[in-house]
Design a binder for this molecule. Structure first.
Ligand code: GLA
Length: 363
């Protein structure tokens, strides 16, 4: 039987960090780096998948799904099987193999892309054509099986993004607005060379950010961040105060950044990104020295702005620039940061990215 192919891109978040799980809008875009799953239906209910370099995993459909050892990629397969079976009754398995050119543990959503690819294969093997809304109703919750209880940003971005556009994502109710990226804007994604494993230490710190925000809301007697005002911060203290201040100010920054993008005001957009980094570093404390160094080097060599992207604790920074400043920034990063790191590889660690199609449009 001939094999089908599913390609799920990674995503880079332009702005709106650590606020999607509070149901506030965010602005990511899909990037042209992919998890690729080639698959064919199997005869019975067995799902068997090989991931290049990580071995084969095999599971039957149905029955109770218990977590495997932390860090085992089988957990991603289990997360997908479980997510699908919360909503559909499926009986046909599939055989597949996975390859990827999307760096993992880099804050570029390789985990969500992997779970999304496995979920789509299982649904297609059972002749189910899910809508975006169907997928959004199972994937964010489903990924909790592997580690963090994130928001819906990653899944929505890797599914619904359009080439040439950033995705302004709204939650509760869920909606996607595509915002055209001006033709002369350029983006670099620079890896801090610090891995941010979702299943590792970053998980507890990520979840702590969410909890601090929620308890700030509870203290203020508010039911949602949509009702929160920056001046309310005065009645909070400690982590709750910091989380609240970050969330509310980041939400304002998203609104202004979208306006700046719509009007082609790159310098203004960049300054908003840099302000976001400041808040993530000082208020939420999810940056790290290598990310701060990359942001500083980029900004002092002509970038319009830069900030960490994704959950933080390592991973990548996003840098906004133009055709003239881009080579200057690349040279500065290579000379002042990557020259001290033997493991640096241009193709894996310093990416030129454009806005790509999500999986619902990419295949
Ligand atoms: C991770 C989560 C997302 C989001 C970001 C931080 O990528 O999966 O849902 O919360 O962190 O903005």
């Amino acid at each position: 039987m001939s094999r089908c192919k599913i390609r799920v891109p990674g995503r880079v978040n332009l702005i709106g960090e650590h606020i999607d799980y509070h149901n506030l809008p965010v602005l990511p875009m899909a990037i042209p780096r992919y998890i690729t799953l080639e698959w064919a239906p199997s005869k019975g209910n067995l799902v068997q998948v090989e991931s290049a370099g990580y071995g084969v995993r095999q599971l039957p459909l149905g029955g109770f799904i218990e977590p495997s050892a932390p860090g085992d990629w089988e957990n991603y397969l289990k997360a997908a099987l479980k997510a699908v079976q919360t909503r559909w009754s499926v009986s046909m398995g599939f055989q597949g193999s996975i390859t990827s050119d999307l760096p993992s543990a880099a804050g570029l959503s390789s985990s969500s892309a992997l779970i999304t690819a496995l979920t789509l294969a299982l649904l297609y093997a059972n002749d189910i054509q899910p809508t975006l809304e169907d997928l959004m109703s199972i994937l964010p919750e489903g990924e909790q099986f592997v580690g963090t209880r994130g928001g819906g940003m990653d899944h929505a971005a890797v599914l619904a993004s359009r080439e040439g556009f950033a995705s302004l994502l709204h939650f509760n109710p869920f909606a996607v607005e595509h915002v055209r990226v001006p033709d002369d804007w350029r983006f670099l994604v620079a890896h801090s060379l610090v891995r941010a494993e979702k299943s590792g230490a970053a998980k507890a710190r990520y979840n702590a950010c969410r909890t601090a925000g929620l308890s700030a809301l509870a203290k203020l007697g508010l039911s949602s961040f949509k009702e929160a005002k920056l001046e309310d911060v005065a009645s909070l203290m400690g982590d709750e105060r910091d989380a609240f201040q970050h969330v509310v100010s980041e939400s304002h920054r998203v609104r202004h950044a979208v306006e700046a993008m719509r009007c082609g005001r790159r310098a203004e957009f960049g300054a908003i990104l840099s302000a976001s980094h400041g808040s993530l570093r000082c208020q939420l404390q999810v940056s790290c020295p290598s990310l701060d160094r990359i942001v500083d080097i980029a900004n002092s060599s002509g970038a319009d702005g830069a900030r960490l992207t994704g959950a933080g604790f390592g991973g990548c920074a996003i840098i906004v620039c133009n055709d003239i400043t881009k080579p200057v920034i690349i040279a500065a990063l290579e000379r002042k940061f990557y020259a001290q790191h033997a493991e640096y590889n241009r193709n894996e660690h310093l990416l030129d990215v454009t806005a790509a199609n999500g999986a619902l449009y990419a295949n």
